[in-house]
Write a protein that binds this ligand. Structure first.
Ligand code: FES
Length: 121
């Protein structure tokens, strides 16, 4: 296992992304609510730069008795990474595709030490 220095915690404030190469794989590194993530920057749909997409709370539908949608709400406890090309969504921290839970973005462990961010490969 190797640690690769990719930047500092300051580099990842305000939703910034670091796009780095880990053993020839393009990886997006970012933080959300103080947790750090590193995913392959290639969407499982058509290869879009998924790691550069928006981070959004999960949308939950409130259904009526006839299963009609009465209301939609944000669930701030669950964050989705949304691919900028066609909107496929991946749940954090697992990287599971919301539309097909059999699919999962390849991920890497991230370690933070003394303000520096490392990706483990
Ligand atoms: S390439 Fe990501 S949603 Fe299509």
């Amino acid at each position: 296992m190797q640690e690769q220095l990719v930047g500092s915690v300051d580099d990842l404030k305000s939703g910034n992304r670091l796009i780095v190469s880990i053993n020839g794989t393009e990886v997006s590194v970012f933080q959300s609510s103080g947790r750090y993530f590193a995913f392959q920057n290639r969407c499982l749909h058509q290869g879009g730069p998924v790691g550069e997409g928006a981070l959004m709370p999960k949308v939950t539908a409130v259904l009526g008795r006839g299963r009609e949608v009465l209301e939609e709400r944000f669930d701030d406890n669950i964050v989705h990474l949304v691919c900028p090309w066609h909107g496929w969504e991946y749940e954090l921290p697992s990287g599971e595709c919301v539309a097909d839970r059999r699919l999962r973005l390849p991920s890497f462990e991230v370690r933070v030490k003394e303000g520096k961010v490392y990706v483990v490969s």
